[in-house]
Each structure stands twice: as structure tokens, then as C-alpha cells.
Design a protein around this ligand. Sequence first.
Ligand SMILES: [Mg+2]
Length: 421
Amino acid sequence: MDRLDGSAHLMIVSDLDFTMVDHLDPDNLGLLRFNAMWEAYYRQDSLLVFSTGRSPTIYKQLMKEKPLLTPDIAIMSVGTEIMYGESMIRDEDWEQYLNKNWNREIVTEETAQFPELTPQSETEQRPHKVSFFVEKIKALKVIRSLSERLEKRGLDVKLVYSNETALDVLPKGAGKGQALAYLLEKFKVDGKMPVNTLVCGDSGNDAELFSVPEVYGVMVSNAQEELLRWHAENARNNPNIIHATERCAAGIIQAIGNFSLGPNVSPRDIRDFQKCKVEILNSGHEVVKFYLFYERWRRAEVAKNMETPKLIFFPLGTFVHPSGVEQPVNHCIDVMARLHGDKQGTNYRIWVDRVSSAQVGSDTWLVKFYKWESFGEERHGCLTTVLLSSKAKVPDGFTWMHMHQTWLGGSEPEDQTNWLF
Ligand SMILES: [Mg+2]
């Protein structure tokens, strides 16, 4: 949260399953388009928040399976757990607050009276969330009667039904909406209220996000009946909520354009950067642009023309390979020439995460990011540092002076020789 000095230009608060992540898109193209846009234009001055029903255990699983960016804040277990930054520091004040009128034992005792309720896996049972599966036709009746019983025993609870199958019992003050309201209040106290907030969701437990005052909202095109119904009954006249025509992450990009919240063209959708000048010299954009070029180079989606690689790199520069071996850039350019098309027709993809940059001289920037590539079932990543100069030979662009990479914990390939940049 302290990453930004002032207010975030945009804060995106997005659900994960079937909102940020499209489980029906094996190539993750919508997500990769969003990622490129976020790192190129938003990472430096905006905040990314994931708000999911997943517990930390299966949240981390998804982060490994899909090319998800590292969020600034993760709200998990249907708004009952809030964690900050990459090291996922828990908000203990929030959990303290949720203890009010909550008693997990009473909840388990009472829910045990309902044979219609099948407990979810052990990982999904959390200090402030007790979770079940229940068939759609039985859900309404169970919810009514359970909520009466818990009330009689003095608990203030909230029952959230999602995806026409999952029932969560939470403290009344919990939920995705309340967790977001809590965060916004914290920002307000710190004088860092985001300029704009966009909430994104697809199912029942996301409905609360759309009731938070003064936020923009997008229900992705594939949103479920239960959310659309909630919208029709409660928020139909709110012009700040749209039902996108695009699925998942593409729907989020669409909403950014619809509400004019900032740049809404993903660099992934630009085939020719020469024809598309970005006015501001932006190191995030430079890094995204280079790795898109590099991905297309290896997939043979750009012509094998050595002019561009030669133009990007400072000929006397060095590349410190993640294995620790230092290589002259000229040698790397020769290697790159040989790699053209080596991943043609495959699912090879590259994305960058957590791009941050510091100006270290009148025309030089030190840029740091995670560079990931995936190929088949394999996925490898490097912490990457690049020294960029805006002075040299590229008009309106950067020259890559020096690059240094270190494997990200446990992600090094068995054969390191094929790794470049
Ligand atoms: Mg969802």
C-alpha cells in the first residue's frame, strides 16, 4: 500500500475466477492482454487488487497455474482476509474487527443440522468463513432457515451464495464489499483516496463490490445469472455499472475505455509499434514492448530483421545471464538471431510483472521487473534489472545499456543454455 506516494490514479478491484481469469481460454490471451496494458501504463501509479473467494492456499495455486500479475493487495476468502504486497502481510486489524459477534463453533454446530450442506475442502474453511456446497434448488430454503437459527443464537452472520453451488457463512461485517469499503476508508484516512476505482466481477459474491459508493463497475459478459439478477433488482439505474460485451479480462479493458479511466489499448493488440508512438517516454511501456517483440521473434510472428535488435541494445553493453555468467551484448544478439522462430506454432508466451523504475541520471533509468516465460507445462522467471538510456541512438526511445537477471525462487529450468533475456 505504501508503494505509491500519493493517491492511485486507478484502483482495479477484480475477482479472479471467470473475471480476471478465463478458465475457458487455455491460451490466457485476455489475461495476457490485460497484463501488458497494466505493466505498460498503470503499474507505476495505480493499484491492482484481487478479491477472491479462494483461501490463501488455492489462491497461491492459481497464481502458479495462470499468468497472473502480483497484486498490491489480495482480498481472500470472500473478504475475510486482506493481505498486502508480494510478501502478503496480513491485516490483523481487519480480522480483529471480524471477531465481533462471530463464533465459529456455533456456526459449525448449526450447519451440521442441514444434510443438504456438503462441507467444502479443509483448505477453504477459514477463521471467518465456513463453506459448503448446496444444490441450487435447495439453496434458498436452507439459507432462510439457517440464517434464522444463527440469529437466534446471537450471531451476526452473512450468507453468500455463489456460482449456483457455493454457500459461505461469514461474519456480518465481512464480504468483498465490506473489505473494499474498509480499504477505501483506510486510504481516505491516509489522504490517498484513489482517483478512480473500478470493480470487476462475474458472480454472486461479487454483487457487494458493486454496492460500494462512488465506484465504477463492470460485470463481465460471462457474468452469471445470479449477479445479473442482483443488478436488475438493485442497481439498474446506476450509470457507473456496465455489463461488458467481452469476456473476463477483455471485459475489464473494455470498461476502462467505456468510463475513460486511462489508456485502454493493450500493447499486445499493437502489431506495429513504429506506427503507434506513445507520447511519454515510459520505461514500463519500453519493457513490455521489447518482450512482446521478443515473444513474436521466437514465435516467428515478426520478420527476421536484425535491425531492430541491433537498435535496441548498446553494442558494448553486457548481459548477466541468470546462471551468473556475463556475456557481451554483441554475442547475445547473435544468439537471438538463431532463436528466431524456434517457438513457432507453440504456446510460448512472455509477460512481465511488477515493473518499477527509478531515474538515476538526466537520461538514464534503472528498471526492475519480473520476466516470466511459459512454454508447455514449464514456466520460468527472472528478477531482471535493466539500465535504460534515452540519449543514444533510438529517436523517441530507449537504448538497453545493461541487463542483469537472477532466477526467481525455484523457477530455473534444467537446461539453462536456452535462456536469453
Ligand atoms: Mg468469479
